[in-house]
Structures are given as C-alpha cells and as structure tokens.
Ligand binder design. Structure first.
Ligand SMILES: NC(=O)c1ccc[n+]([C@@H]2O[C@H](COP(=O)([O-])OP(=O)(O)OC[C@H]3O[C@@H](n4cnc5c(N)ncnc54)[C@H](OP(=O)(O)O)[C@@H]3O)[C@@H](O)[C@H]2O)c1
Length: 340
C-alpha cells in the first residue's frame, strides 16, 4: 500500500534544488522500496512561495529557479511575499495539511532568522521538520528538539555521513571519552593545497573558483562552520554547549611551513573539532597535526569524517567523500523517508 506524505520545501538554492531533483529522480525508487510518495505541495524562496494542495511539479520548480526567477511568480500557484506560516495555513485550510517541512534557507546564527520562524510555524501545526539550516538548532536547541514535532537534521553535521546517528548508536552502551570531527570540505581542500606549496589565500581563491568555497569563505576558514557542527553533535549526544563557549581558531593564519613540515613527518594538519566530556563538555576548534595512523589523517583531502573514542566500545571512525551538494540533499531525503 502506498503512503503519501505532503512536503513543503523552504529554501530552493543549492541544497533545496538538489532535494527537488532527488525527489523527482528517485520517486520510483521511493515507491518501490518504501511504499512512499513524497509529494511537494509547497515551496519557498526569498521572494515568496508556491502552493498546491494537489502537488507541485518538481521539474517546474527547478526550471523556474534555473531561470533566476522566484517560484512566487508561477501562475496560479505563486504566492508573492508569503512565508512558511502562510503556506502551511493555506494547505491546512484546503484540508491537505503538510506532513513534513524541509528548512534549507540561509542560516542566521544571531537569532535563527527565517529558519527558526519556519520551525516554530511547523510546531504549531504538528508538521515534522527536516533541517539543512543549522541555525535553529544552534540558537534554540531546547525548543526545536523538545519533541513537540519530530525533527531530524542529518544534513547539518557532515552531509550524508551519518555522524549523529552513528555516534548515538555507539554511545547507547558506551560513554564517549573524546569526539573528534573534520567536517569542513573547504578547509580540507585548502590545507591539501597548502601541503603542496600554496599559500592559504591562494588556496582559498582556488576553492572559490572551483565552486567549493563560498563567495564569503569566512565561516569555513575561520572555523565557525566546524564549531556549529560540533555544537549540534554535542547537543545531539545530550550535551548542549552555547556556540560562544567553543574556543575557535580557523586556518586563515595557519603557518604553511608548519603544515608542510608536518606532512614531511608523515602527519596531517586538519581543522579539528574536539569535544571532551566533562561538566560541561569542552568544545574546541583549531588546526591540529594528527599522527599518520589517526583515522582523520588517513582520509584523503576530498574526505571528511569523525572519530568517537569510548570507554568500552573502543574507537569508532567514519569518513565520507563528497564533491558537491548531492550527498547533502541525500541526507535530507534520508531524513524525510525516516520521518515519513
Ligand atoms: N551547500 C551545502 O553544501 C550545505 C550543506 C549543509 C547544510 N547547508 C545549509 O543549508 C542551507 C541552504 O544552503 P544552500 O547552499 O542551499 O544556500 P543557497 O544556495 O544560498 O540557497 C538559499 C535558498 O534560501 C532561499 N531563501 C532566502 N530567504 C528565504 C526565506 N526567508 N524563506 C525561505 N527561503 C529563503 C533563497 O532564495 P532565492 O533563491 O530567492 O535566493 C535560496 O533559494 C544553509 O542554511 C546552509 O548552511 C548547506
């Protein structure tokens, strides 16, 4: 028997667009393997939304965005200026309430911004939430995850690498003694280029030209992105720590001579996020030189990963390789299927 779940997508940029393409491309697979139809009934960008209780056509939404126009301009279904609350209200009034909301707009770490507002709107209507935007978790962890509605956020911590799920599974019967993450692809690429002789600035510019680094790369190279992921991971393991309490040093001022000298000694400099249990847990982000046999040093520079050291379960490590945004969208899809 097929189950249909109505989905609203808030944010149709790199991640949201890739989610739309996956929903379209994998629809037959979802039916066959999970008996599931994920029907897009609402979509939002910066200028408003589009809504159709009977379902929007993902391909039409992708085409609209690839023309550089807003889905709010789509004839009949477009709702210029509408926010997520208005879209959810219209669907509920039509007798077709949304089951699931994907939040993939720009993150606002000051107050959660539109992402947090979208989560709060979903809570009021009993709509499950899948987050790619990390800001609501960082700004309002207790509210967002209090169980009022189911919330998943795989894409926030390591794209398709199941960091939170893996660590939680391991720690069911063991206690963490240390958690380490290397989860910023831009820093991995930049440090790899520095090892081969580049300066940090030239490597960052190269990553921008390749579309790996943002136009403003500061969240990556200054360590905030890694700190945010560490905060979310620690909170998911039961240890919320405010972002401001994370001692954070990025790679902008890293000494290329040190990076190359460590490489010559068989060690790898990475931007390492570390969580050490205590009261509270101590979270740190800083460049670190790891021994060559450390799992996070053995990874290639296209890979990211995490290590969980435990009291009785030994050392658990996982890494993943991703070149573009598709694995992030795959993580969103995974969460949608699990919530559905
Ligand atoms: N890119 C990645 O690899 C990655 C990985 C993990 C997590 N994330 C997170 O996922 C989120 C999206 O990233 P992205 O790379 O897809 O960003 P992006 O390409 O900049 O896209 C952002 C999208 O959000 C829309 N938007 C802006 N304001 C909005 C609002 N108030 N309500 C609804 N939508 C709004 C934008 O509209 P317009 O189209 O009109 O500009 C755009 O479609 C971010 O929070 C990011 O941190 C990204």
């Amino acid at each position: 028997m097929l189950r249909t779940r109505r989905v609203v997508l808030a944010g149709l940029g790199s991640v949201g667009g890739a989610v739309l393409r996956l929903l379209d491309g994998r629809a037959a697979d979802l039916r066959a393997r999970h008996g599931l139809v994920l029907e897009v009934v609402g979509a939002m960008d910066s200028r408003g939304g589009a809504v159709a209780p009977g379902g929007l056509v993902p391909g039409a939404l992708v085409a609209q965005k690839s023309r550089g126009t807003s889905v709010a301009e789509l004839p009949g279904v477009g709702r210029p200026g509408a926010d997520v609350d208005a879209l959810l209200a219209e669907l509920a009034a039509a007798g077709a309430p949304a089951d699931l909301l994907v939040v993939a707009g720009p993150g606002d770490l000051r107050d959660g911004g539109a992402g947090l507002a979208a989560v709060l709107a979903a809570r009021r209507r009993g709509t499950g939430v899948v987050l790619a935007d990390k800001a609501p978790l960082v700004v309002a962890w207790d509210v967002v995850t209090d169980g009022t509605v189911p919330v998943r956020y795989s894409a926030c911590v390591g794209a398709a690498l199941p960091t939170v799920d893996l660590a939680r599974a391991v720690l069911v019967s063991a206690a963490a003694t240390r958690v380490e993450i290397v989860l910023n692809s831009t820093c991995q690429r930049v440090l790899g280029d520095v090892e081969r002789g580049s300066t940090v600035a030239a490597a960052v510019a190269g990553a921008q030209r390749a579309g790996v680094a943002e136009a403003d790369p500061s969240a990556d190279v200054d360590g905030t992105d890694t700190a945010v992921k560490l905060v979310v991971l620690a909170a998911a393991l039961g240890h919320p720590v405010p972002l401001r309490a994370v001692a954070t040093t990025g790679i902008r001022d890293v000494d290329p001579g040190w990076v190359r000298a460590e490489r010559a000694r068989g060690r790898a400099v990475v931007l390492l996020g570390t969580a050490v249990p205590g009261t509270p847990w101590a979270l740190t982000v800083a460049p670190a030189a790891l021994d060559g046999d450390h799992p996070l040093a053995r990874m290639g520079r296209h890979e990211t990963g995490l290590v969980v050291d435990t009291d009785v379960a030994g050392r658990i490590a996982a890494s993943g390789r991703h070149h573009d945004v598709v694995p992030t969208a795959a993580a969103v899809l995974r969460d949608l299927v699990l919530l559905a």
